[in-house]
Design a protein around this ligand. Structure first.
Ligand SMILES: NC(=O)c1ccc[n+]([C@@H]2O[C@H](COP(=O)([O-])OP(=O)(O)OC[C@H]3O[C@@H](n4cnc5c(N)ncnc54)[C@H](OP(=O)(O)O)[C@@H]3O)[C@@H](O)[C@H]2O)c1
Length: 339
């Protein structure tokens, strides 16, 4: 499986990708999560907003930041209809409210970009008591996506197969941890070998005496983003909806806002190539709009990095884990979803 622009790479910008796929964006109803100034969500909104979507729905936690970006998009693209919806993924009540609000605004969603994310090193929990990175980065998006499924299916009926897409933004950090089904809250419970981090990680990736390690918890949440994509792409094929998972690259954004000096240093060493936000959002737009990606031909070809297909850690594309994660996620939100 290949993209239609093999020349795109880590330097390609979202603005250029959006312009190349302008006809795919035109008239689409787009929902983007995780939008604030200087974030990848902002870069996505600006790039997509410039290509005449029918409606751009920006959903994120902080209303003032959302409105700032909405205003910026509107200024650059005065004819685009932009809506700001408050969504706190760390509160299932808020996810339900946000999904209902979106359902009152539109009857179809063509593109859902689950981009919001957080990284913290100390233990925190969601309103429901779930470890906060797993709860926000995966469980919140799991619930949000499933609640919007009727609107996504409506879009697929109108547009035809492969043009309705769910993009889950992950990270190369997914390699740090498989899903710890026996200890997803990192509480020091014993886990079987296949749920442990890869061998040979430096000591900073070791869980504390209480069982927590923020890097591993981030890694688990990002592995969950890919496994959710695996499940969606397998179970939605007949509905005409496709799903891809994207590593945006390394970009200095608000993601590192809660890190201490040692955390900053660790992140600085993770890459030799640092992108600006416009370049960071480019791969998401290839995944969302490249017509060559209208069908998932190989179940493991669902992950892109630097605008091209890339390989994940094996634990992130294991079909049994994808099924198991879907069931665990249903349990944690208290709803069963038939796709
Ligand atoms: N930057 C990188 O180098 C990098 C690398 C790999 C993967 N990623 C992924 O890229 C995505 C975007 O991150 P970014 O770099 O743009 O970081 P960012 O600047 O921190 O943006 C993250 C966005 O998510 C929102 N958010 C955080 N918690 C939320 C919650 N509970 N409910 C709703 N929205 C929430 C934030 O809102 P507030 O600002 O209002 O809190 C913000 O708008 C994330 O999924 C991240 O894991 C980034």
């Amino acid at each position: 499986m290949a993209t239609s622009h093999p020349e795109y790479n880590e330097k390609t910008s979202a603005t250029d990708v959006a312009s190349a796929f302008a006809s795919q964006i035109h008239n689409k109803i787009v929902v983007i999560t995780g939008v604030g100034p200087n974030s990848l969500g902002e870069a996505l909104a600006l790039a997509i907003g410039g290509q005449k979507p029918s409606k751009l729905i920006l959903a994120s936690r902080t209303e003032a930041k959302l409105l700032e970006v909405a205003e910026k998009v509107q200024k650059l693209s005065p004819n685009v209809s932009v809506e700001a919806v408050v969504l706190n993924l760390a509160s299932q009540k808020s996810v339900h409210t946000a999904a209902s609000k979106i359902q009152s605004l539109v009857d179809r969603v063509d593109t859902l970009i689950n981009n919001a994310g957080m990284m913290v090193l100390d233990r925190q929990t969601t309103e429901e008591g779930i470890e906060v990175q797993f709860g926000t980065n995966h469980i919140g998006h799991f619930l949000f996506t499933n609640l919007l499924m009727p609107q996504l299916k409506n879009a697929a009926k109108v547009s035809g197969p492969g043009l309705t897409r769910i993009i889950n933004v992950t990270s190369a950090g997914h390699r740090l941890s498989p899903i710890r089904f026996h200890d997803y809250n990192f509480e020091g419970k014993k886990v079987p070998i296949e749920e442990r981090p890869p061998e040979g990680l430096p000591p900073m990736f070791s869980p504390s005496a209480e069982g927590y390690n923020g890097w591993l918890a981030y890694g688990q949440s990002k592995a969950a983003n890919i496994l959710f994509t695996v499940y969606l792409s397998q179970h939605l094929a007949n509905s005409g909806i496709v799903s891809y998972s994207v590593h945006p690259g390394s970009i200095w954004t608000g993601l590192s806002r809660d890190l201490d000096d040692a955390g900053y240093e660790t992140i600085s060493k993770t890459s030799n190539v640092w992108k600006n936000a416009d370049q960071g959002a480019a791969t998401m737009l290839v995944a969302a709009y490249d017509p060559a990606l209208a069908a998932v031909s190989d179940p493991s070809a669902i992950y892109l990095s630097d605008c091209q297909f890339a390989k994940t850690a094996p634990h992130a594309v294991n079909a049994d884990s994808a099924e198991r994660l879907f069931r665990l996620s249903e349990e944690l939100v208290g709803i069963k979803f038939a796709l």
